[in-house]
Design a protein around this ligand. Structure first.
Ligand code: F6P
Length: 333
């Protein structure tokens, strides 16, 4: 196909996620192999406002597939939220002669991309944008999976397994806070995988007696002498949860907030492979002249969806997984 696309930009924005580098690599390699020039925009949307960019070729992305973080840096730009900020970004796009931009990040990143593309269209010009979902929260409505989630789950799992050793030795209760300000996917998956005593997630209204006290009591009755409570960041303060456990059950829990450690580290095979496929598909979408799309996974397949429609989609919470978790934690084993 003789594509009209001659030069594209690629950027990472919002919270970083392991596998972002693999996605950048896939975008750059897919583009350059088709004779399309690639420009890396640094520090998210602010890079487009401040003309902070770097020309990229195949060798610029060598040896990054295995690296966490993002070589393009990332940021959240308030200025880009305003039409005046986007006007500056449009000027940079013009200066660079960009036909399209691949944005790697979360919902906020894609909303920014759509606003930019629309503002360009108002001038009777065209700038296609394509989004690649990457966030450890796995909370993007249109995609079953987001890059970084698997790595974050495995990082949390490794930490909690270590905690379990010492909790078991001292016959203690541990309250571990995992990331997820608005989403409980990480807590849910990790909770199942570590065999947690109780898991707290923001999607479910907390009933402390039912969700924590009763579960620890049952475990105790079944003969367990150590307890692991996994709480998503958005379900409440881990310290307050620990204090309430102390008040209700007379035990003295130890609190661990895993924090940003969950956002780093070498991406797992799943994240590298998904990022590579999504990056390839993003460039293909631009080459085919399809504007404003989000690359998503649907039952393991990679698909591209209209960006506006995709942004309106809500992810229904995985109640079946929660039910499994409930029945396994209720057993008291
Ligand atoms: O990347 C998503 C996320 O990890 C959320 O779960 C968390 O609340 C947030 O980012 C924190 O990000 P930051 O500290 O960069 O504001």
């Amino acid at each position: 196909m003789d594509s009209q696309v001659k030069r594209i930009g690629v950027l990472t924005s919002g919270g970083d996620a392991p596998g972002m580098n693999a996605a950048v690599r896939a975008v750059v390699r897919s583009a350059t192999s088709q004779g399309i020039e690639c420009v890396g925009i640094r520090r998210g949307w602010s890079g487009l406002i401040n003309s902070d960019f770097v020309r990229m070729d195949s060798s610029s992305v060598s040896h990054i597939i295995n690296k966490g973080g993002t070589i393009l840096y990332t940021a959240r730009s308030m200025e880009f939220m305003q039409p005046e900020g986007r006007e500056k970004a449009i000027a940079t796009c013009k200066l660079l002669g960009l036909n399209g931009i691949v944005t790697i990040g979360g919902d906020g990143t894609f909303r920014g991309a759509l606003a930019l593309s629309r503002q360009v269209a108002e001038k009777g010009q065209k700038l296609d944008v394509v989004g690649i979902p990457a966030t450890i929260d796995n909370d993007i409505g249109c995609s079953h999976y987001t890059i970084g989630f698997d790595t974050a789950c495995n990082t949390a799992l490794e930490c909690i397994d270590k905690l379990r050793d010492t909790m078991q030795s001292h016959e203690r209760c541990s309250v571990v806070e995992v990331m997820g300000r608005h989403a409980g996917y990480l807590a849910l998956y990790v909770g199942i995988a570590v065999g947690a005593t109780a898991v707290l997630i923001p999607e479910r209204q907390l009933d402390f007696e039912r969700d924590v006290v009763e579960k620890i009591r049952r475990a105790r009755l079944a003969g367990t002498t150590h307890y692991m409570v996994v709480a998503a960041e958005g379900s409440g303060s881990a310290y307050e949860i620990a204090q309430r456990i102390h008040e209700e059950l007379g035990i003295d829990p130890r609190v661990t907030v895993l924090g940003h450690i969950q956002r780093g580290g070498a991406p797992t095979a799943r994240d590298r492979e998904t990022a590579s496929r999504m990056g390839f598909e993003a460039v293909k979408t631009l080459v085919e002249g399809k504007g404003n799309r989000i690359i998503a996974t649907l039952d393991g397949r990679i698909v591209d969806l209209d960006m506006e429609e995709a942004l309106a989609m809500q992810k229904s919470f995985e109640m079946d997984r929660y039910t499994i978790l409930e029945s396994l934690t209720n057993s008291g084993k």
